[in-house]
Design a protein around this ligand. Structure first.
Ligand SMILES: [Ca+2]
Ligand SMILES: [Ca+2]
Length: 131
């Protein structure tokens, strides 16, 4: 599970992550993080190539990561196009942060807390006390 989190945030694709960045990443998922920050981080996860918008390539990459080899590339492309169309409110072909926030906001925030990512016992006493 930890390895999956790291690969998600490792933008260089080298399967390595420095400690500072790792701590930064985890802190994002704590209950103290504002919803706006969680949303920004979530957006960055989807914006794989880091150009500030989510386009077809970004979505394809994310979905591929999620479904693995269960779905072939053609089916995946179709899903990507449908997803993009559904969330691209101003129809410019990409999903901006504003669109992402509007459409996915509450749903993403609800799933992006540390307790859902790491088994509770491993989070540590601070998080447990906050409960
Ligand atoms: Ca992008
Ligand atoms: Ca758009």
């Amino acid at each position: 599970m930890h390895l999956r989190i790291i690969s998600l945030f490792d933008e260089s694709g080298s399967d390595q992550i420095n400690f500072h960045r790792f701590v930064q990443t985890l802190s994002v998922f704590s209950d103290k993080t504002s919803n706006a920050d969680k949303l920004r981080i979530a957006f960055r996860c989807y914006d794989v190539d880091g150009d500030g918008v989510i386009n077809e390539k970004d979505l394809f990459h994310i979905l591929k990561m999620l479904v693995g080899s269960n779905i072939n590339d053609e089916q995946l492309s179709l899903i990507v196009k449908q997803t993009l169309t559904a969330h691209d409110l101003d129809k410019d072909g990409v999903i901006s942060f504003a669109e992402f926030a509007k459409v996915l906001g509450e749903h993403v925030i609800g799933t992006l807390t540390l307790r859902h990512v790491v088994p509770k016992a491993k989070i540590g006493s601070a998080a447990a006390a906050a409960d």
